[in-house]
Unconditional design. Structure first.
Length: 43
């Protein structure tokens, strides 16, 4: 498997965790950072 795909998948997971955590604690900056990481992981 390609290392770029692994890194991308890891960033998507990290972004999802940040986004959910931000929703739970009400931190919009954390939500935005999570969405950005997810988008970066897809690219």
């Amino acid at each position: 498997m390609n290392t770029d795909r692994i890194v991308g998948s890891a960033k998507q997971v990290k972004g999802a965790v940040e986004e959910i955590s931000g929703k739970l604690v009400g931190d919009t900056k954390l939500q935005i950072d999570g969405k950005a990481d997810k988008a970066e992981g897809k690219a």
